[in-house]
Every structure is written in C-alpha cells, then in structure tokens.
Design a protein around this ligand. Structure first.
Ligand code: ASP
Length: 254
C-alpha cells in the first residue's frame, strides 16, 4: 500500500501535471476539485473522496476513509472536514500556470462544460503474491461543472480489485467509464478466465459495439490478473502503462 500511495503522491505533487493534484486544471468557477480512491482485493475494502478542495494528497485522504471510517466515499465539504480532522492542512492547489490556462479558457469560452482534452488520471495497481491493491487520483476533466464527479472515486467504474480475479484501473472520459462500469467488467472477465489483455480488450470492444461514438472519446483501462499477468487497452491511440518488477521498468502498450 505504501508503494502504491507513494507512486500516486509523486504525480499529485507534480505541479507540471495538469490533470492530477497540485497544478490540476480547475472547474468552470476556477476551483480545483479532486477525486481519488483505493480498493484492496483481499477483504474488498475501499475508500474514496470526491470533489475534494484545498487538500493534498487526495489519495492519502482516500486511504484514511478506507482505514478509519465504515464508509466508502466522502464528498465535497464532508471530505474536506474529515481530512482536516485527520490532520491534513489546507493547501493551494492552483498554480500560476493553471490560473493562466483557466483565464485563457474563460476568455475563449466558445463552449461551456468540460473539454475533451487535457485530462488524465494516475492509476497504480500493486500486486504481491496474489494480493492486489489499486489506487487512483485525478482533478477530473478541466472546466467541468462544479460538483461533477468522474469515474475515479467510484468503485467498479474507475477502479476495482478482488484477489479472486485481479485488479483494474481506468482513465479517460469519466462519463463513459461510469456508463459501462469498466473496471468491474474487466475484473469479472478475468474471473471467468480471460487473460488480463483479453479482458481489457474485450471490454473496450464491447463499449465500441454498444456505443460506436465511444471511439471518438478516450477511455483506457489497465489490469493485473491474480497471477500477476498484465493487460492494457484503449478506445483510441496508443496508451502506455509501465510495469515495475524487481526494479526493472517495462512498458506495456495498448
Ligand atoms: N477519468 C477522469 C475523469 O473523468 C479523467 C481522466 O482520467 O482522463 O474525471
């Protein structure tokens, strides 16, 4: 868990990444709202935060939700209050650059609502002797409506883990991922015996068959099966995942 958390935090703290944590692009009213979550595959414990403002690292608050409360998801002011209670101090999530980009968007605001580009989620799956754990974090779609929650903190959409099958995490347009319960489908396919790669590809193919417009949007999913085998697939373009094993890092492409 600590390694997975460190991996996610490294991205949350990187102000040059405009889709996660500090430096993440804000919503229409210029506020950054973070979504993050965990799930572990042994007891199916899970915890998440949604539309969390002014607190970092969101993934660590989500971990506390999993470890310290009987709940799975805290949102908005409730999530922020809980974080403060747990000792997290308010922080500024906006950076000079993210404010500049927001102002620029405001000026050119041709269309309202979320944009189709500039989004991303950091998702990390940990595997150790058949035990799986997954965490993810994002600032969601840039220029989203205040209060919009994506797939990332929703169990079965943005992430899922069950040691009896494997774990999966998604990135891309959250509304599409939510509509199709993407990670839950991938894990269920692995439970039925599919390889991690076939499970990811099968779910993406199903999405495109069921809703052909999906090819116009970006959705990617990566999975680790209970035996440690990995897979990745995306609706468009090439999506890369990175596998770190015994200090060696290899790239896995969709
Ligand atoms: N899935 C995220 C969201 O919709 C964004 C992304 O991963 O690109 O909030």
């Amino acid at each position: 868990m600590d390694s997975v958390e460190r991996g996610v935090i490294a991205v949350e703290m990187n102000r040059r990444v405009h889709s996660v944590g500090r430096g993440g692009l804000p919503n229409t009213s210029g506020q950054v709202e973070l979504d993050a979550a965990w799930m572990e595959g042994s007891q199916l414990r899970a915890g998440g935060v949604a539309a969390l403002r002014d607190i970092l690292p969101a993934v660590s608050v989500a971990r506390k939700v999993m470890e310290k409360t009987p709940h799975v998801l805290l949102v908005g002011e409730g999530a922020e209050g809980f974080a403060r209670q747990q000792g997290f101090r308010p922080q500024r999530l906006l950076t000079k650059e993210s404010i500049r980009l927001w102002r620029e968007w405001k000026r050119n605001q041709a269309s309202s609502g979320a944009s189709g580009s500039g989004h991303d989620t950091v998702g990390v799956i940990g595997w150790h002797k058949g035990h799986t754990i997954v965490a993810c974090s994002t600032s969601g779609l840039p220029w989203k409506l205040p209060g919009r929650v994506g797939d990332s903190p929703i169990i079965g959409a943005g992430l899922y883990a069950d040691d009896q099958a494997g774990a999966a995490v998604a990135t891309g347009i959250g509304e599409e991922i939510l509509r199709f319960s993407v990670t839950s489908r991938v894990v269920e396919a692995m439970r039925r015996g599919a390889s991690a790669q076939n499970a990811c590809e099968g779910v993406i193919r199903f999405m495109i068959r069921r809703k052909p417009e999906t090819t116009k949007t970006m959705v990617a999913v990566l999975a680790v099966r209970k035996d440690g085998q990995c897979g990745v697939a995306a609706t468009r373009g090439v999506f890369s995942a990175y596998i770190r094993k015994d200090k060696r890092i290899t790239e896995l492409r969709s």
